[in-house]
Design a protein around this ligand. Structure first.
Ligand code: IPE
Ligand code: IPE
Ligand code: MG
Length: 253
């Protein structure tokens, strides 16, 4: 039985988030420039998106560029911006064929206007697709997203739209860029670093974490299936004890 068949369809995560790390090191090992790694990373994106669609996963969020990444050498930042444009252009047909709906989170207005233009175009071209929701985090910072949420709620309190006692975790979620999107049950980070790097801090409060040494350009749908399979072997207790989970399952059935 192949790995994909071992995955239980009834226990699929609705939302998987991925920190795609390791492109630079992948290129360096091969004696190439960092951008060569980023270019090869696009192939891994294509394969993983395909795999997520095959399984029937509803949401896939990919961390493509953090606000901190603006501090990289200008030559790399520029090359990444050009790559976003070509990748978006080249993948549009593929995404439409695969019924993928694309959206983006992050401080999108800080992106060069031609990147924004291309991104908006593909978002609008795929808006009626009903398969996988692919969410790109570009120029994204979780702390910035949380700051904006606080601002929005503060404004609503100021204008008497809401009362302070009505501020709840649900209201907070509704005022994040990820409003309406379920929290990721699984967060994958490639590239062997064991950190979150300012990604979805609020949304991953109870996510299962999966770290792999594999550098992002070497990641593929088979390794993605492996992560999903690994996730399915875990017991998610949410503060309870195992015996209670058995009872909960019995009560449900
Ligand atoms: C991740 O790979 C891609 C981006 C952050 C844009 P890196 O570029 O961080 O690769 P390493 O970590 O230097 O190998
Ligand atoms: C995190 O990777 C951001 C993305 C994958 C887009 P980095 O390589 O920028 O993270 P740090 O700097 O190692 O924390
Ligand atoms: Mg890195």
């Amino acid at each position: 039985m192949c790995l994909k068949d071992k995955i239980e369809k009834s226990k699929l995560p609705k939302h998987v988030a991925i920190i795609m790390d390791g492109n630079g090191r992948w290129a360096k090992i091969r004696g190439n420039k960092r951008i060569f790694g980023h270019k090869n990373g696009v192939k891994a994106v294509r394969d993983v998106v395909k795999g997520a669609g095959e399984l029937g996963i509803k949401y896939l969020t990919l961390y493509a560029f953090s606000t901190e990444n603006w501090n990289r050498p200008k030559i790399e930042v520029n090359a990444l911006m050009s790559l976003f444009i070509t990748a978006v252009k080249n993948e549009t047909k593929n995404l439409i064929e695969n019924n993928v709906k694309l959206s983006a989170i992050g401080e999108l207005n800080t992106l060069p206007s031609n990147v924004q233009l291309n991104l908006n175009e593909i978002i609008s071209e795929t808006k009626n697709n009903s398969g996988l929701n692919l969410i790109l985090a570009i120029s994204y910072s979780s702390k910035q997203e949380i700051t904006e949420m606080v601002r929005k709620i503060a404004e609503q309190v100021k204008s008497n739209t809401i009362k302070t006692e009505n501020i709840s975790p649900e209201l907070i979620s509704e005022n994040m860029q990820t409003a309406g999107i379920p929290n990721p049950e699984l967060l994958i980070r490639t590239g062997g670093e064991y950190r979150i790097s300012n990604f979805l801090l609020w949304q991953i409060s109870y996510s299962e974490l999966y770290f792999t040494e594999t550098l992002w350009p070497d990641f593929n749908k088979k390794l993605f299936f492996e992560a999903i399979y690994n996730y399915q072997q875990r017991e998610r207790r949410f503060g309870k004890i195992t015996e209670q989970l058995d009872n909960d399952a019995e009560e449900k059935s």
